[in-house]
Ligand binder design. Structure first.
Ligand code: NAI
Length: 472
């Protein structure tokens, strides 16, 4: 930046174009604002380019490969067999990039253009409460704004004693490995470790998960995560819980992790080491120290119900504010902040119905209250229905897991739901809608579900809550 340079006046600036930023930009434009979005990498952010979307593509390839292998070995129960299953890794990666990631990011670019959002490629840094400097490949520009939404997301946390590099990779590296690892070691069995571990396990890797807590998938209860853990272990991979990673060394062929379990040191050697121990908010490199914006002691930006910071025209959404780091949370907050800036607020509360999903080999999903969060309440009922009693699940040969509803005993209002099993990621949507709209177990059990569907498990669980079960 050149001192004394002239700033261009703009209306609303959005920093970052992930599921928070691009949604905020489009919604604000729909509500009449003139929007400028600044992006330092690719439009679409982590989620579309190197996160949620490509990982789901990889998981999908894993499922297909696994099923084909079972068919090749004649291990499926349908009497189906095929010969000579081969995975062309290069084609798989190309499909993931060209047909999935590029199609979606291209779509977002088109939507931004359609809404006349100016996209500036560059790195934004606050100069003061009203000015941003954008460093670009061929220079810089100063923008003086009326309002700004910070949606700069997060990045993987690095373990200082073994930083990323070579065979020690983060989630981005794990999505574009040159080969399917023979043995993938994973430090951190949270959502990223378990999802990518599941994908590579289905693609033929042995996996070893080293997790500090007493169970993997810490966002879900142990009854749910145990189903995944047992599945991982039964397939010849291994999980060490209450185990802390200590150090790692690598050669050009492999990498060795040293970790501690029950006070004893152990080592494991594999060809790659994925470190997925959480993400940190990108609030440290954007010049917030030049503004009056307040941060929490964890480096997150403090916001009110409209996602305004203590500086009223500076807003923040997504991974940079407190709460779970979820793309759909960022998109929701984007719409609330855009409406507040455009003077079009309706209901700005984030209700209890914030769903979360783990796209593990068997999916997990949760929304609202959990058995843990209601453990001290006497006025709730927990009802659980197994997929083993669902006709569609049986005909799919996928009966793992259960659907659980948490209802209040007085009126039967649904306040929480968890699903482990086939279609969990899609089934949870209906339950979010039910909670958001204050539906009761009676409302749900009296809603007709088509037969045979996995969705009937929702009706069956609600009947259990009503005390009138048919199928168990
Ligand atoms: P995470 O917080 O889910 O899990 C990290 C795990 O690493 C924890 O269980 C922690 O106990 C463990 N850990 C930390 N240090 C360790 C050490 N030295 N040795 C052993 N274990 C250690 O974080 P993750 O999986 O990196 O995901 C980051 C964020 O991305 C999450 O907040 C998640 O919500 C989001 N995400 C969401 C997805 C989804 O919604 N499906 C998919 C992927 C990520």
């Amino acid at each position: 930046m050149v001192v004394g340079a002239q700033a261009t006046e703009v209306d609303l600036v959005v920093i970052g174009s992930g599921p928070g930023g691009y949604v905020a930009a489009i919604r604000a434009a729909e509500l009449g604002k003139k929007v400028t979005i600044i992006e330092k990498d690719n439009v679409g952010g982590v989620c579309l380019n190197i996160g949620c979307i490509p990982s789901k593509a990889l998981i999908n390839i894993g499922h297909h490969y696994q099923e084909s292998l079972e068919e090749e070995k004649g291990e499926n129960p349908f009497g189906l067999s095929v010969g000579n299953v081969k995975l062309n890794w290069e084609s798989a990666q190309k499909w993931k990039q060209d047909k999935v990631v590029n199609q979606l990011t291209g779509g977002v670019k088109m939507l931004l253009k359609k809404h006349k959002v100016d996209v500036i490629q560059g790195t934004a840094e606050f100069i003061d409460n009203n000015t941003i400097n954008v460093e670009q490949e061929d220079g810089f520009q100063l923008l003086q704004f009326n309002d700004v939404i910070i949606s700069t997301g997060s990045r993987p946390i690095e373990i200082p004693s073994f930083p990323f590099g070579g065979r020690i990779i983060d989630s981005t590296g794990a999505l574009s490995l040159p080969e399917v690892p023979k043995h993938l070691i994973i430090v951190g069995g949270g959502v990223i470790g378990s999802e990518l571990g599941g994908a590579y396990r289905m693609l033929g890797s042995k996996i070893t998960i080293v997790e500090g807590l007493d169970h993997i998938l810490n966002g879900f209860d142990k009854e749910m995560s145990d189903i995944i853990a047992n599945r991982v272990k039964s397939a010849g991979s291994e999980i060490f819980t209450s185990a802390m990673a200590k150090s790692a060394t690598q050669t050009d062929k492999d990498v060795t992790l040293t970790f501690e379990v029950d006070g004893k040191e152990q080592t494991v050697t594999g060809d790659y080491l994925l470190v997925s121990v959480g993400r940190r908010p990108n609030t440290d490199l954007i010049g917030l120290n030049n503004t009056d914006v307040k941060l929490t002691d964890r480096g997150l930006i403090e916001v009110d119900d409209s996602y305004a910071t203590n500086v009223p025209h500076i807003y923040a959404i997504g991974d940079v504010v407190p709460g779970p780091m979820l793309a759909h949370k960022a998109s929701f907050q984007a719409k609330v902040a855009a409406a507040a800036i455009a003077g079009a607020e309706d209901d700005v509360d984030l209700h209890v119905a914030l769903p979360a999903v783990a796209y593990t080999t068997t999916e997990l999903a949760t929304v609202g209250e959990t058995p843990e969060s209601v453990k001290d309440r006497k006025d709730v009922k927990i009802s659980k229905f197994p997929f083993a009693a669902n006709g569609r699940a049986i005909s799919m040969n996928d009966t793992t897991g259960f659907l659980r509803l948490i209802t209040e005993t007085k009126e039967g209002a649904l306040i929480g739901a968890q699903i482990v099993g086939p279609g969990a990621s899609d089934l949870i949507s209906g339950l979010s809608l039910a909670i958001e709209n204050g539906l009761t177990s009676k409302d749900i059990s009296l809603t007709i579900q088509p037969h045979p569907t996995l969705g009937e498990a929702i009706m069956d669980t609600a009947e259990l809550a009503d005390g009138l079960p048919i199928h168990v």
